[in-house]
Design a protein around this ligand. Structure first.
Ligand SMILES: NC(=O)C1=CN([C@@H]2O[C@H](COP(=O)(O)OP(=O)(O)OC[C@H]3O[C@@H](n4cnc5c(N)ncnc54)[C@H](OP(=O)(O)O)[C@@H]3O)[C@@H](O)[C@H]2O)C=CC1
Ligand SMILES: O=C1CO[C@H](CO)[C@@H](O)[C@@H]1O
Length: 388
């Protein structure tokens, strides 16, 4: 049996609290640990780390007690915990701009590192982190949770069984309305730093790193990108009620072409009202069939069920386009996507099992976001170099 001590920094944030602490680490503790392929049982001991004593104490003492019937450790002395030799893994889910300093310290201390995406705000800093981890010889990983969304798992299974025939194109629709906070009854549902470039915000930086590994996994590497980003809503209200100017893109539109020649078009916006099946939908069109995946569900249409529309705006549309799609059944139970990846990382650290989602791969995500920024600023296609 192995017991891994995990210093969790940024655990007081949205992702840190809900996805990583409650739905991953506490859930793993509640189920009694994770079993490695060699039969070894891996247990975890978290230490919650941050600057806000009230929030940390609440998570460690109240939330943990509610969820698993016991309290966990916490500390505001970040340096002391990061240099504590009992710590095996340093995890960071703090705001993107903070990542470099935490990951750097952890790597220098020889701890295994696991962190949220994007791993840095630009490629040069991202490279430094990947190289630091590699030269220190430490196990390292970046969150790529969307790979384990049920909807994405279903797309992957359809691809593997040849459902699509030749894949022709992909269309992603992502986003929803994020309130500006001007109406006090409808506060913003995302943190204000997301809308300030100087604080690491921006749609491309946030989301293109997800599209990079998602498309890479489904279709192979991206060769080039053409992107256009806008700041649609120029002013928002922050967490303490002050108005601030939005300096980061809140919408971004991109065409990615894969090395295999497939065109993938993604619309992303925090200023759009949803009239589709989910907050993210991905449609893949192929010669034999098409599929549309949301976060959990997936609908398919084969050639035999494909309607034959004829353009005629002078009559009411005779085809119910939605009825020609079939919802795939759930053939398995799906665990939380973040928890699935946590378990794989723990097995990697404790039992040396493979874990390809390294910081080096995190660099690729930042590179796509940066290429998108260049494309948008210079109004041109940008070809990606790929990282070794
Ligand atoms: N994989 C995914 O699906 C998603 C990933 N993310 C990524 O996760 C990260 C966190 O995002 P999110 O949870 O939305 O952000 P939040 O703003 O909710 O949380 C930010 C966290 O960082 C801490 N923090 C911020 N500034 C400082 C500072 N100066 N000193 C110490 N601590 C600080 C906050 O601590 P405090 O509570 O004390 O303020 C808090 O714990 C980002 O990198 C983001 O890109 C975000 C959304 C989804
Ligand atoms: O980084 C992110 C920004 O927010 C999205 C949802 O609102 C997340 O899915 C995503 O991972």
């Amino acid at each position: 049996m192995t017991n891994l001590t995990i210093a969790m920094h940024g655990v007081t944030g949205r992702m840190g609290t809900h996805q990583h602490f409650v739905r991953s680490i506490l859930a793993i503790m509640r189920q009694g640990g994770v079993r490695a392929a060699n039969g070894e049982m891996i247990l975890v001991t978290p230490i919650l780390l941050g600057r806000n004593e009230t929030k940390l104490r609440h998570l460690a003492e109240v939330v943990a007690d509610q969820e698993i019937g016991t309290q966990v450790a916490w500390s505001t002395d970040v340096d002391a915990v990061l240099t504590d030799p009992r710590v095996d893994i340093v995890f960071d889910a703090s705001s993107t701009q903070m990542r470099v300093s935490i990951v750097r310290q952890a790597a220098q201390q020889g701890r295994a590192v696991y962190c949220e995406k994007p791993i840095a705000v630009d490629v040069s800093q991202a490279m430094v982190l990947a190289e630091l981890c590699e030269s220190a010889g430490i196990k390292n990983g970046v969150v790529q949770d969307k790979l384990w969304l049920p909807g994405v798992c279903k797309l992957r299974a359809l691809r593997d069984e040849g459902f699509f025939g030749d894949i022709l194109s992909v269309r992603g629709e992502f986003g929803y309305w994020v309130f500006t906070g001007h109406d006090p009854d409808r506060p913003a549902q995302r943190p204000s730093w997301n809308y300030r470039r100087e604080d690491g915000g921006g749609m491309m930086l946030d989301m293109f790193c997800h599209w990079q590994y998602l498309l890479g996994d489904l279709l192979g590497p991206i060769d080039r990108i053409l992107a256009h980003a806008t700041i649609d809503l120029p002013e928002r209200i922050d967490e303490v009620g002050n108005a601030y100017p939005c300096t980061a893109d809140d919408s971004a539109y991109a065409i990615f072409v894969t090395e295999s020649g497939i065109t993938c078009q993604f619309n992303c916006s925090w200023a759009t009202r949803v009239r589709r099946d989910d907050l993210l939908t991905i449609q893949i069109d192929g010669t034999k069939g098409s599929a549309v995946a949301g976060l959990r569900d997936c609908w398919v249409q084969e050639m035999a069920a494909t309607p034959r529309p004829v353009w005629n705006p002078d009559i009411p549309q005779p085809i119910d386009f939605h009825s020609g799609w079939q919802k795939l059944p759930d053939t398995t139970t799906y665990d939380n996507a973040f928890k699935v990846q946590w378990e794989l990382f723990l097995r990697h650290v404790a039992a040396d099992e493979p874990f390809p989602w390294t910081l080096r791969r995190g660099v690729d995500g930042v590179a796509l976001a940066e290429a998108g920024q260049t494309s948008s600023a210079e109004q041109r296609w940008v070809t990606l170099g790929g990282s070794p």
